[in-house]
Ligand binder design. Structure first.
Ligand code: SF4
Ligand code: SF4
Length: 498
């Protein structure tokens, strides 16, 4: 379990992708004392690793004191930094404080490209120096790279650089456009590029001694299984399950890329937020929607909840729009989904396993039918599948009542009527008879008693009861062509290939 703390918003660089829109220190960032309290709460919540990040965490004068406190509490303190401030002295101080490792951001090994992206001339030189200082000072480090279209083709070169520099790992971050990076929407790589890079990185992992970790592309777990590449990781997306992030002023988010504040450590203890917040409980329940709901890799992948959140108006349990596999597999389900919808409109066979019968009729397996139905429900095509019970065959009786009630007595009458459990609808109408409601009861005799009682209690003279004699149902049926059109339109709007 790991938690990140953006210990400050202050930063000495101006990177284009920064999700924090970092730069200046924010007013009232957590003080040292508040930081100590937070670390205790983090420990109490069962976390093992704390990542101090920013902004640039090395700009916090009390950073070493905080690291030292984390260490004394039994946490493993690590640092995420741009590396420009890692002087020899600083490396020594970090080591003494108990820093377990540092992650240093490198977006290109071409100094000009790196500086251009980091927004400051000379950044590359300082970062490179920081890397040598860590190596020579014996502070374990890894390289962090965020992928964009402009550096997409160079990622393996950066991995080689990381290996040459003595880094323990190369963590490749897949950009989710939020914060300052939101303006860079067009700068994200395509799902095809993502798929291809993940395949390349996993193959590389088999050949190189350093750890290559794709981050925030949880489908790497699916690809690792497809390619039969062993990884030490157990799950793709950790947001809310074994990871969350705390901002400089104590605000808590399920993940750095999900713009969904779930509390503040200044209002509630962190341990309370972590153990009880409904958003986190929902993420832990893992009841995904869209293709992620039926994907056989969902347990190890989980899909990126931040991309789902950004791509579906805040529904963080929706399908991950960046997953090419999910899109392609979902498309393969359309023909059976259409056949099933056509068939379902004629009713279910009344047998113990109706879907097995339907599967046989359609020449597919029962599992395929159930999977397709689950997907139809989680994708919003089908809201409810259920029987309609003909209550009259069970002896039930129903009536529609109409009453004329003066405005001053209306509220009281509505309260009386609604207190009867057999009342299913009660509504106002612009009509001489202005209040209409329906009542059902387990027999015609009981119905008569209830209606008489209601009429006496609301004390009206103008009142009618229209008992149900005949039943008419309006069936809306969609043809195969109409359903095909609906699916084709969805396919066009959701096509991640553009
Ligand atoms: S939600 Fe997405 S960005 Fe956040 S931790 Fe999960 S994979 Fe990474
Ligand atoms: S469909 Fe969802 S759960 Fe399956 S691999 Fe893709 S992102 Fe992961």
């Amino acid at each position: 379990m790991l938690v990140s703390w953006n210990a400050t918003n202050a930063c000495n660089l101006k990177c284009g992708h920064c999700y924090r829109d970092a730069g200046r220190e924010m007013p009232q960032e957590l003080s040292t004392a508040e930081g100590y309290g937070l670390l205790e709460e983090v420990k109490k919540s069962g976390f093992k690793i704390i990542v101090f990040s920013g902004g640039e965490p090395l700009l916090r004068p009390d950073l070493c004191a905080l690291i030292s406190r984390a260490k004394s509490l039994g946490l493993r303190p690590v640092l995420g930094t741009n590396g420009t401030l890692l002087t020899r002295d600083k490396v020594e101080q970090l080591k003494e404080a108990g820093t377990a490792a540092v992650g240093i951001s490198v977006d290109s090994i071409d100094s000009e490209k790196h500086d251009h992206f980091r927004g400051i001339k000379g950044a590359w030189e300082l970062t490179e120096q920081g890397i040598s200082n860590c190596r020579e000072g014996g502070l374990p480090f890894q390289i962090h790279t965020t992928v964009f279209p402009w550096n997409y083709a160079d990622i393996e070169k950066i991995t080689d650089f990381a290996a040459r520099s003595g880094a323990r790992g190369h963590h490749v971050f897949f950009f989710v456009p939020t914060g300052r990076g939101k303006k860079n929407m067009a700068a994200t790589i395509t799902p095809q590029q993502m798929e291809s890079l993940l395949e390349r990185l996993l193959s590389l992992q088999e050949r190189l001694p350093l750890e290559i970790k794709p981050t925030c592309a949880p489908q790497f777990m699916r690809i690792a299984r497809q390619l039969k590449v062993a990884t030490r990781f157990r799950r793709g997306c950790l947001a809310g399950i074994s990871y969350c992030i705390i901002g400089p002023q104590g605000e808590v988010y399920p993940c750095s890329y999900m713009d969904l504040k779930i509390g503040s450590v200044r209002d509630d203890p962190f341990s309370e937020i972590w153990s009880k917040h409904p958003v986190l409980l929902k993420l832990r329940a893992q009841k995904y929607e869209g293709y992620c709901a039926v994907c056989s890799y969902r347990g190890v992948c989980g899909g990126c909840r931040a991309r789902a959140f950004a791509g579906s108006e805040g529904n963080f349990m929706a399908g991950d729009p960046s997953c090419l596999y999910g899109y392609q597999e979902e498309k393969k389900m359309y023909p059976l989904a259409i056949e099933l919808l056509v068939r379902l409109q004629d009713g279910l066979p009344v047998v113990s396993r109706p879907y097995a019968v339907m599967a046989e009729e359609l020449g597919v397996s029962e599992d395929d039918v159930l999977k397709t139905l689950r997907w139809l429900k989680t994708s919003g095509f089908v809201r409810r599948l259920g029987g309609i019970i003909d209550s009259r065959r069970l002896g039930y009786a129903g009536t529609l009542c109409a009453a004329r009630i003066s405005p001053e007595k209306l509220q009281q009458a509505v309260g009386i009527i609604n207190s009867y459990k057999g009342v299913t609808h009660n509504y106002l109408r612009e009509h001489h008879y202005n209040l209409w409601f329906t009542v059902t009861a387990s027999s015609a005799q009981e119905l008569q008693q209830v209606v008489t009682e209601i009429r006496e209690r609301i004390a009206v003279t103008e009142f009618y009861s229209f008992p149900c004699r005949d039943l008419f149902k309006i069936a809306v049926k969609f043809s195969k062509e109409e359903l095909t059109d609906v699916f084709n339109r969805r396919c066009r709007t959701e096509n991640p290939t553009g």
